[in-house]
Design a binder for this molecule. Sequence first.
Ligand code: ATP
Ligand code: MG
Length: 329
Amino acid sequence: MKSRIFSGVQPSGNLHIGNYLGALKNWVEIQGNYESIFGIVDLHAVTVYQDPAELRRKILETAGLFLAVGIDPKQSTIVVQSSVPEHCELAWMLTCVTPVGWLERMTQYKAKTEAQETIGDGLLQYPVLMAADILLYQAAIVPVGDDQAQHLELARDLAQRFNSLYGDTFVMPATHLPTVGSRVMGLDDPEKKMSKSATGTGHAIGLLDPPDQIRKKIMRATTDSQPQVDFETLGAGVRNLIEISQAFVGWGNAESRAEFGGMRYGDLKKKVADIVVSKLEPIQQRYRDITAEPGYIDGVLRQGAERVSPTAKSTVRLVKERMGLYTGV
Ligand code: ATP
Ligand code: MG
């Protein structure tokens, strides 16, 4: 029997090349080796306010992009989190074994609440819901970008805590980070990771950005005061551009040194833009084809929810039994 993987993306904005290189591309490569479940985690998205009409649109767009990058619905399951109510049910049960201190330590919580006057409880609870997403399916492996490593560690800690309190219940999930592309940085500020929820037109390259916009964003990307690529003194901005190309093309360090060493920044940017545009164009074409077929995406999502429902139900039942909750009806 194949072991199971789970991973998800929030429909909280435009999917970008960081999501692709850190998560989606990796999913496509490994989907055949596992029983794969990929979630559109809309309940995570609403931890910060989302315009309802826009959220509805983004859920379908995200599903369309999963398919366009090569997630095969015959091989893998694509599911919208809120269509499987057991995610929330299990999240509550896990909340009850979670020390608040564990949550307050999370870097993403600190970063996302930094500038806010009132902090929504959802932002604090986020990693518990994420742990529930993973543990609900007894996933053995969770392929994510580097920014989610801390949350995954927390999911493991929670599984362990639950198992030791109530007896062996959950599979311990392990991570699976891509070797390059696990942390794509913002083009406008290479000290910050590229994020859907960050504002600023030059920050992220969207998977659906038109080629001329992609080129413009890359040509304007922040670099440093050097004139050309020197691998001994690489600044964060230039390193980011090089790593983006490496991750897209699959080059190792030696190949990328041979390709980019000594190159003037202007030429580097042109080359990186060519690579990104050429890799995104087929994805965009597939996206147009997929969305041209009415009802196709909804069908995939309906089928996804049906497929995972028995596993979700059986985990919640097991957890109820372990905790002594009522299972009589
Ligand atoms: P948000 O700003 O709404 O949190 P996000 O861009 O961080 O959006 P998520 O939906 O939180 O995207 O994450 C989806 C997946 O993409 C996760 O596996 C995450 O690790 C990965 N990911 C997100 N940003 C990056 C990045 N800059 N580089 C590599 N992987 C990333
Ligand atoms: Mg995020």
